[in-house]
Design a protein around this ligand. Structure first.
Ligand SMILES: *[C@@H]1O[C@H](CO)[C@@H](O)[C@H](O)[C@H]1NC(C)=O
Ligand SMILES: *[C@@H]1O[C@H](CO)[C@@H](O)[C@H](O)[C@H]1NC(C)=O
Ligand SMILES: *[C@@H]1O[C@H](CO)[C@@H](O)[C@H](O)[C@H]1NC(C)=O
Length: 183
């Protein structure tokens, strides 16, 4: 368990136990939105969810980088949960991306999210970045939800990116978590 001394640790154990007893668990992409604020810095060439197979949804993102290299970056990652509209929920963390890539255990929640993207993206190396940012055919694995200590519901993850102190863009991904026991 990576979330050391965290109040939600107990809850995540409950989630794991429930998952083991239930095959209806569902962890699914619902929507994606990508924004580059300045064309001179980046352009969104692709930002979509596509059905890859029965019940399998893939995430595709291609952000063309127009100012390279990128050797410093700050990412604010905020989790929202839908009640009446989306409200901030549990996590709002500011991460020095280049530092994180060298010290991946420093930010446990960011680390979990990164672990989910890592295998499907060309971002999985240390700084600097000398290329466009690509996420290709990313799928969510139901097993991953066992590591994320949240109840069923609709969530939004917002990645807001800054480099050299300038706001560059944001990506919002909506996901549904359905653990199958509180419908
Ligand atoms: C999250 O944290 C950042 C940086 O501290 C702050 O600017 C932002 O307003 C916060 N967002 C929410 C939804 O609290
Ligand atoms: C990423 O790939 C590695 C090696 O193939 C695999 O062991 C790991 O489970 C994968 N992680 C995720 C989150 O898919
Ligand atoms: C990064 O991901 C690619 C697949 O997109 C994989 O081939 C490569 O081994 C990964 N590199 C690291 C350092 O995990």
């Amino acid at each position: 368990m990576k979330l050391k001394s965290h109040p939600f640790e107990v809850f995540s154990f409950v989630v794991i136990v429930v998952l083991l007893c239930n095959s209806d668990a569902l962890f699914k992409f619902k929507n994606i939105k990508c924004t580059c604020y300045e064309k001179s810095f980046c352009e969104v060439k692709r930002c979509e969810l596509k059905v890859l197979g029965r019940g399998i949804i893939g995430l595709f993102l291609y952000a063309q980088a127009n100012q390279l290299p990128i050797s410093t970056a700050t990412c604010v990652l905020t989790l929202y949960r839908r009640f009446n509209g989306y409200r901030p929920f549990l996590y709002n963390i500011t991460v020095d991306v280049c530092y994180f890539l060298k010290n991946q255990n420093r930010y446990p929640f960011f680390g979990l999210v990164y672990e989910g993207i890592n295998n499907f993206s060309n971002i999985n190396h240390t700084c600097p970045y000398n290329h466009d940012i690509i996420v290709d055919r990313m799928v969510l694995d139901d097993k991953m939800i066992a590591k994320v200590p949240v109840p069923s519901g609709f969530y939004k993850l917002k990645f807001y990116l800054r480099t050299d102190g300038v706001s560059r863009g944001e990506v919002e991904v909506q996901v549904e978590v359905n653990l199958g026991y509180d419908r």
